[in-house]
Design a protein around this ligand. Structure first.
Ligand code: FE2
Ligand code: FE2
Length: 247
């Protein structure tokens, strides 16, 4: 039976609304990610790097563009719960005391709590990616001690992206690692901290990952004269801006 013209218009309108809503959530996620990065003077573009690496890994693992965009949005938001961690702990010079670590380790649950009221974020699985981004493949992570396939695939991807970005960044207690050193550390932790499948995807896409990071932010680990674009002001990411992004 032929569909009534006005129903076609309604369906089309609903699809457009859904597309626009996803776009707004994506842009808002990017703003929140930039806000959390701004709390730490040593972190520049970490949430954006995680979002971009997560997109790359998700596509390499065979996730659809739509699924990869959800993981990418999860990357923007993964540390949003650090809003609930006192600055004196986030910016502390030197090791954290046990009670300070306990507060720091609450940030995935705080983040999930912040996102819970946004139905689209909760229903799409993004909230669970945030909640579980510090789980470990061997079940020794937090907050729930999930292991292997129990951990949502988006969270397993974000965990690897988060670790790579963190190792390459400046910290109060150490200088940035070289890309090859960080990659070797991640390979060593495949099967314990990280999902081996995601690590294999990173190794296979290592050149793209390195190029992507170089393009996002010049850092002391880059070779002399390497080009980079300054988006430290929190400008829109390529996925948000370019409909035609491939990968
Ligand atoms: Fe985190
Ligand atoms: Fe984005």
């Amino acid at each position: 039976m032929a569909q009534a013209p006005h129903m076609t218009v309604e369906v089309q309108s609903a699809a457009n609304t859904c597309h626009r809503l996803r776009g707004v959530i994506h842009q808002f996620a990017e703003s929140l990610g930039a806000a959390i990065d701004a709390k730490d003077p040593y972190i520049k573009n970490h949430s954006l790097e995680v979002a971009e690496l997560a997109w790359l890994l998700a596509r390499r693992l065979g996730l659809s563009r739509e699924e990869a965009e959800l993981v990418h949005i999860g990357g923007h938001l993964h540390d949003i719960g650090k809003i609930g961690v006192p600055d004196r702990i986030l910016n502390k010079q030197g090791p954290l005391a046990d009670d300070e670590w306990a507060l720091m380790r609450r940030h995935p649950e705080i983040g999930a709590g912040i996102l819970l009221p946004v139905q689209e974020i909760a229903a799409s699985g993004i909230m669970d990616m945030v909640l579980h981004h510090h789980e470990r493949h061997d079940g020794q992570g937090y907050p729930h001690g999930l292991a292997g396939q129990e951990i949502p695939i988006g969270a397993r991807i974000i965990t690897v992206a988060d670790s790579l970005s963190a190792m390459l960044g400046q910290r109060t207690y150490r200088d940035p690692m070289r890309f090859e050193t960080a990659l070797a550390e991640i390979k060593d932790c495949a099967g314990s901290q990280f999902d081996p499948q995601v690590v294999r995807a990173l190794v296979a896409a290592s050149k793209e990952a390195r190029d992507l990071l170089n393009d996002l932010q010049p850092s002391p680990t880059l070779p002399e004269g390497a080009a980079g674009r300054d988006i430290s002001g929190g400008g829109p990411c390529p996925v948000c801006r370019f409909e035609g992004k491939t990968g």
